[in-house]
Ligand binder design. Structure first.
Ligand SMILES: Nc1nc2c(c(=O)[nH]1)N[C@H]1C(S)=C(S)[C@@H](COP(=O)(O)O)O[C@H]1N2
Ligand SMILES: [Mo]
Length: 325
């Protein structure tokens, strides 16, 4: 079979940034372009730049931000996971340039009293935009610090008036294989589906993100709207959302369907619970302009709940986090 299990792809080909380095960046580094102003010099590779979002007005700083070195915008917009546009880290920046994010609607439905379809420009004005600088940790072992712009998902949930049956929230990414070439490859079940328990979705840290670095989201980062859940592995933060559905049953998420022993529903960042095929104890923080330069930094310890334990640990009081990984 040509179809490989997505979990195999994750581990063998794209797990470690070093592979990314070896495959293409080292070639460039060797040519001396790094010294000449970085990999983005000489006009040869300018990820993100072409699709830069428009400035978002009135974004207020938030006390929920962490005070850590930001991952440069160049790295945030060039080293991505967005399998709809390909499985390599540089595929989304290369392939999402023409992705159409207007018109765009988000359907809010399910166990709620006020179902509603939002136009994206209406959603942008639903609540005051905040800048939230969050630590983000990918299950593959790298981490970033990203200044998101958005508002708490709770703002939208309150307006939807969930019924007593709403126990979970499901997030569904756009299904459009004509625009998203990766959807023609069955590495995952499409459309990409993620989910949260209701209390997780209502938590003040859970963000509906519409931008980063003060601008509308670049396509490769999940334009025009995504969720951001900073205490969970990155794949819980679904991109380019078209549907938010409130359910009584726990949603079946794309990654769980692809590898139930490897990608649990909760997927809280937890250095004491290893992925079946690799340790989760350490991470490589990307904090240089080019990902290549970060690869020489020492790995750092991964923190419980990605450092947000004070704020979220009580959501899981009494739960066996090895069982509910
Ligand atoms: N629809 C969709 N959402 C997705 C993904 C994806 O492939 N498709 N990848 C996830 C993973 S594994 C990570 S680490 C983050 C990466 O977000 P970033 O590229 O903005 O850093 O997006 C998550 N959201
Ligand atoms: Mo990830």
């Amino acid at each position: 079979m040509l179809i490989r299990r997505s979990s195999d792809i994750k581990s063998s080909e794209i797990t470690d940034p070093d592979l990314f380095l070896k495959r293409r960046e080292f070639m460039r580094a060797a040519t001396g372009l790094v010294a000449a102003g970085g990999l983005y010099g000489a006009g040869m590779f300018m990820p993100g730049k072409a699709h830069a979002g428009t400035r978002l007005p009135g974004v207020k700083k938030s006390a929920y931000s962490v005070n850590e070195t930001l991952t440069p915008r160049e790295a945030v917009t060039s080293y991505n996971n967005f399998y709809e546009f390909g499985t390599d880290k540089d595929d989304p920046a290369a392939n999402a340039g023409k992705f159409k994010t207007r018109p765009w609607q988000v359907k809010v439905e399910g166990e709620i009293r006020k179902p509603k379809t939002y136009d994206i420009d209406e959603l942008l004005k639903l609540a005051p935009l905040e800048e939230r600088v969050y630590r983000m940790r990918c299950v593959e072992g790298w981490s970033m610090v990203i200044p998101w712009a958005g508002f708490p998902l709770a703002e939208l949930i309150k307006r939807a008036e969930p019924t007593g049956n709403a126990k979970f929230v499901e997030f569904v990414t756009l299904l459009d294989p004509a625009q998203m070439p990766g959807q023609n490859v069955r590495v995952l079940q499409w459309p990409y589906v993620e989910g949260l328990r209701m209390d997780e979705a209502m938590h003040p840290l859970t963000l509906l993100a519409l931008g980063l670095y003060g601008e509308a989201l670049p396509n490769q980062n999940g334009a025009p709207v995504r969720v951001v859940v900073p205490w969970k592995y990155g794949f819980k933060s679904a991109k380019s959302i078209v549907r938010i559905r409130f359910t009584e049953q726990q949603p079946k998420t794309s990654w769980e369907l692809a590898g139930p022993n490897e990608y649990g529903f909760y997927s809280n960042v937890n250095p004491t619970v290893d992925h079946p095929r690799w340790s989760q104890a350490k991470e490589r923080r990307i904090e240089k302009l080019s990902v290549v330069d970060s690869l020489f930094d020492k790995k750092r310890e991964t923190l419980m709940f990605n450092g947000y334990a004070d704020q979220v640990a009580q959501l899981y009081a009494g739960m066996d986090l090895k069982k509910y990984f």
